[in-house]
Design a protein around this ligand. Sequence first.
Ligand code: EPU
Length: 345
Amino acid sequence: MEFEQNKSLLPYNTFGIDAKAAYFSEYSSEEELAEILDEYHRTYAHLPLLHIGGGSNLLFLSDFSGLVLHSRILGIHRMEPVDSSEILIRVGAGVVWDDLVSTCISHGWYGLENLSLIPGEVGASAVQNIGAYGSEVKDFIQSVECLSLSTGEKRVFQADECCYAYRSSIFKHGLKGQFAVTHVTYRLSSHFVPCLDYGGLRAALESQGISEDVLTAQQLREVIIGIRKAKLPDPKVLGNAGSFFMNPIVSKEEFQRVKSQCPTLPSYPFNESHVKVPAAWLIEQTGWKGRSLGPAAVHDRQALVLVNLGGATGQDILRLCDEVRSSVFNKFGINLCPEVNFIGG
Ligand code: EPU
């Protein structure tokens, strides 16, 4: 088996970083992945292994000296039984996430509408626990099928074994780098129940003259797409990886401390003792919104997004990341954690 060599990763990361992989391989079935892993362990085991998805949450800080794997496992299949209102669909990890959302809505399989237009692929949805507009994918995941990268054996994780939390799962922490997701089974519904509680959604519907009582899933999808397009830069035009930082979760005491200095500080409920604070707001207060550092910039319409103005390296973006983090820390005493995964360095 031959792996591609010295492969440009430019088409495989939405930040538009021109890093190279020493070796690269794609596969379209579990069997092919098992063969690739076999070959890797026989001949290349001294090199690092990296599995990527749509590359929409990655920042390459340097070239990658090992083997990069990418899934092309496709297919969206409804599973038995087909007569209840609960709908189970098994989806290949290489399916583009938004193609899945659009297919589901057109079949009358509901639940994923608020996650419209999130970049990336199905495999990463289960690793990253993608979320937007009041929905998180964990609430729709039934199980995640994986192959062990060390043994090639199959393992199925039920949702409750995946340790899902805000933008987090066992695949990002306890089992990081140990499994490749091959398929995800989602539990959807034949009844459309709109989820409209996220700030701004009802106002957006109202401004478009759409009444909640007659709202369709397709209309909700279009409204969400409109909001995202207005705020978030299109990676085809301006390289970026969506939210660069997570919204920090702070204790209520810490929140009160900062709020006493900045009375307009917004917050969202998280649990009894903690609240979530919008990182974009903190960044905007430091004056970074719309500012650049070399070829990297803080987006002028959403301060949580760092962008590649053209030709930036991963190190350029990292420099901006560090500057923004220290400005926020110096002003508020709050530490921002990147949501994006850094590769190499
Ligand atoms: N805000 C600012 N300045 C800005 C942008 C936002 O002050 O430039 C403040 C406002 O107070 C606003 C609040 O931040 O009300 C929240 O903004 P927004 O609704 O845009 O959401 P976010 O918290 O900044 C999160 C997700 C996004 C997701 C949106 C909508 C994270 C890290 N990010 O952003 O996810 O689309 O909510 O649900 O949780 C992604 O993960 O890549 C992503 C884009």
